[in-house]
Design a protein around this ligand. Structure first.
Ligand code: HPA
Length: 272
């Protein structure tokens, strides 16, 4: 079965669960999943029930598609994502994104936890992603291209759309948050970077670093969907602070700012 046929099966299954409308897709990063609870008229579908979605390898709530409404707008949220470092193929990582696009979303908001490289970024800051650098060593579009899904050589000169970023920036201003924007570099992980690698990324123009988001943005743009991104700066990248990196610090920071994050998303997504 080719990807197009697999997508058709996944989309049909989700529609048969009662998800008939989808305008905005949202992917919630590590520690930020609670936002899904703020949707109205929710339908919750575990990833494992959806045809061709992979078995989830993390514990907890991660691994649910939550569809519902926010300010009247039909929204479909991915509570948890597949990471390349978990061992999935890169096509498996983006299959849920393609499914959201197949469901008919026209806008996709990608969120993540990331390490801050730019000295202007502090743990707890939210950074609007202005552009990305793909250093994962893989591309989700590699292989035979199906023109029914998208073009062979899609343009990537404006991945993160200005209008959506402006809506988020205004939402931040209204909430009294500092508006920070920057370039997100994605590495495959799962080891954190060395201080030398972070120095290299700074020279290359990266403001923040993480292990997700970029393949998803590429897959969504391939399918013509408009993309926005927000990084929650969960820690200073390796060598920027003297401390060793610890996943506990990432979850501690996302836990600390999650109410801010949820309120920003609740305010801005209805304006998308
Ligand atoms: N590096 C890579 N990925 C991350 C980091 C980091 O410092 N923090 C959260 N995700």
């Amino acid at each position: 079965m080719n990807i197009y046929e697999q997508l058709t099966e996944a989309v049909t299954f989700i529609k048969n669960c009662g998800v008939v409308a989808a305008e905005v897709g949202v992917v919630l990063g590590s520690g930020l999943g609670e936002f899904a609870e703020s949707l109205e008229e929710k339908t919750v579908i575990p990833y494992e029930d959806i045809p061709h979605f992979k078995k989830v390898r993390v514990k907890g709530h991660a691994g649910q598609l939550v569809a519902g409404r926010l300010g009247g707008k039909p929204v479909v949220v991915m509570r948890g994502r597949y990471h390349y470092y978990e061992g999935y193929d890169i096509a498996e990582v983006v299959f849920p994104i393609r499914t959201l696009c197949g469901l008919g979303i026209s806008k996709l908001l990608l969120t993540n936890a990331a390490g801050g490289i730019n000295p202007d970024l502090q743990p707890g800051d939210l950074m609007i992603i202005r552009d990305h650098i793909n250093m994962m060593g893989v591309n989700p579009l590699r292989g035979e291209n199906d023109e029914r899904i998208g073009a062979r050589f899609p343009d990537m000169s404006g991945v993160y759309e200005k209008n959506l970023s402006n809506i988020i920036a205004r939402g931040m201003q209204d909430s009294g948050l500092a508006v920070k924007q920057g370039v997100y570099a994605a590495l495959s992980g799962p080891s954190y970077e060395t201080p030398a690698e972070i120095k290299m990324l700074a020279v290359l123009g990266a403001d923040a670093v993480g292990m997700s988001t970029v393949p998803e943005a590429i897959a969504a743009r391939h399918m013509g969907v408009t993309v926005a991104g927000i990084s929650c700066i969960s820690n200073l990248a390796a060598g920027i602070s003297k401390n060793k990196l610890d996943h506990k610090d990432v979850t501690e920071t996302t836990g600390r700012i999650k109410n801010r994050f949820i309120s920003l998303l609740s305010k801005t997504i209805p304006l998308f």
